[in-house]
Design a protein around this ligand. Sequence first.
Ligand code: CA
Length: 219
Amino acid sequence: MRALVVEDDPDVGPDLVRALTEAGFVVDLTGDGVDAWQKGGVEDYALAVLDLGLPKLDGLSVLRRWRAEGRELPVLILSARGDWTEKVEGIQAGADDYLAKPFAMGELVARARGLVRRRAGLSSPLLEVGRLIIDTARMRVLVDQRPVRLSPLEYRFLDVLAHAPGRVLTAGDIAEQLHGTADAADANAIEALVLRLRRKIGSDIIETRRGFGYTLGGS
Ligand code: CA
């Protein structure tokens, strides 16, 4: 899944990118508010981590613009101060969660995952689809209660589909969430990825809807 990190502090931004990448996100980083507003307006992010103090356009204004334009991506705001008025302003502007600096990266990742999950209507960090269980906290997959060894890309593929319950995702949608681009070559590679995964987890869990795309089934 794609995430946007908006942070101008060079001591914090790259660490956020690293932590979220390790957690399975494909991350774009920007350090200015105008660029953030524009990216969030056109790209399909599952999450934004938004610092409040930014050059060109402050984080609260970025958030207000997104919400005024109907952009509903989950937003976790960051602030240098533990100031409660900032927290209230952020929530009133449409933030979904708030973290005051300094914070532990593990907490940020846990909150990020929780936001993405809740936006997908999922309450538990264990995502169960038929015989498949995805443990999003540990990034592990079980089939019939037995662990399956997957590559990071294979894991992320299942994670993307599990976060879109009841929806059919096209190869292009999936490629964008896995690679940050909806390149035709990446979309073609999705088919090969599905074949590999079916050999590992069984053929019934990933359903192909001809002409549309993929969904999880296999009850
Ligand atoms: Ca800042």
